[in-house]
Design a protein around this ligand. Structure first.
Ligand code: ADP
Ligand code: MG
Length: 212
C-alpha cells in the first residue's frame, strides 16, 4: 500500500513545516497517487471529486521547485472563476508560508487592469488567474511566461465549458515547451481528451473516486 505520509516524498523542509502548521497529517488519496509523479517532473491528468485535495497536490509540486531569488513567473495556475482562483491562491500562500519571500499574484477580471500591471512590474513567482485576464496581460505584454516551469489547468472541464479553449491555447503557446503541465478535471469529456493530447506530454493518469 502506498504510504500516506507527506514526510517520505522528499519535500523541502519548509513545506513540511507548513503542512504541520495547517495540520495536514496524511495525504488524501489523490495526493498520494499524484505527488510522487508530480515531484519527479511528470505531466499529469488527474480526475477527482470536489474536496479531494487537488489544490495542495499541485501547490506542493509548484512550491518544491520555486526559486525565491528568481523574481520571475515560474508557475502559472489557470482557474475558471475568480472565486476559485482566490481559493487556490490562498492555499498556495498557506503552503508557502515557511518559504521566505514567495510572491503569489492573483490575476482575474472584474477589477482594474493597471494595478495588476504595476504589481507584475515588481515581479512574482507564481501567478494564479482566469484565462481571459491572463490573455489580456499577455497581449499588452505586462506578463511574460518565458520562465514558466510548471503550468496547471485547474477545473479544466469548467474552463472549456465556459468557452476558454482559445484563450487556453493562446496562453499555453507562450510558455516554454519543456514545462511540466498538470491538468485537473472533475469529468473527462472528449474536449478534455483532445486538449490534453496537445498540451501534455505522456501524462500519468490518476483517477480517484473517494474523497478521503
Ligand atoms: P479540490 O480542489 O479537490 O476540490 P481542495 O484542494 O479545495 O479540493 O481541498 C478540499 C479541502 O481539503 C480543503 O479544505 C483543504 O484544506 C483540505 N485538505 C486538502 N488536503 C488535505 C490533507 N492532506 N489533510 C487535511 N485536509 C486537507
Ligand atoms: Mg479544486
Amino acid at each position: 500500500m502506498t504510504s500516506l505520509s507527506f514526510s517520505e516524498l522528499g519535500l523541502r523542509p519548509e513545506l513540511l513545516t507548513a503542512l504541520e502548521s495547517i495540520n495536514y497529517q496524511l495525504m488524501t488519496p489523490i495526493q498520494a497517487e499524484s505527488l510522487p509523479g508530480i515531484l519527479s517532473g511528470k505531466d499529469l491528468i488527474a480526475q477527482g471529486k470536489t474536496g479531494s485535495g487537488k489544490t495542495a497536490a499541485f501547490a506542493l509540486g509548484i512550491l518544491q521547485n520555486i526559486q525565491p531569488k528568481n523574481f520571475r513567473v515560474q508557475a502559472l495556475v489557470l482557474c475558471p472563476t475568480r472565486e476559485l482562483a482566490e481559493q487556490v491562491a490562498t492555499e498556495i500562500r498557506r503552503l508557502a508560508s515557511a518559504i521566505e519571500n514567495i510572491k503569489v499574484l492573483l490575476l482575474c477580471g472584474g477589477v482594474p487592469f493597471k494595478p495588476q500591471a504595476a504589481s507584475l512590474e515588481y515581479g512574482a513567482h507564481i501567478v494564479v488567474g482566469t484565462p481571459g485576464r491572463i490573455e489580456d496581460h499577455l497581449r499588452r505584454e505586462t506578463l511574460h511566461l518565458k520562465h514558466v516551469q510548471m503550468l496547471v489547468l485547474d477545473e479544466a472541464d469548467r474552463m472549456l465549458e465556459m468557452g476558454f479553449e482559445e484563450s487556453l491555447n493562446a496562453i499555453v503557446e507562450q510558455t516554454p515547451s519543456n514545462r511540466q503541465t498538470l491538468l485537473f478535471s472533475a469529468t473527462f469529456p472528449e474536449a478534455i481528451q483532445s486538449i490534453s493530447s496537445h498540451i501534455l506530454h505522456s501524462p500519468q493518469q490518476v483517477k480517484v473516486e473517494s474523497v478521503h
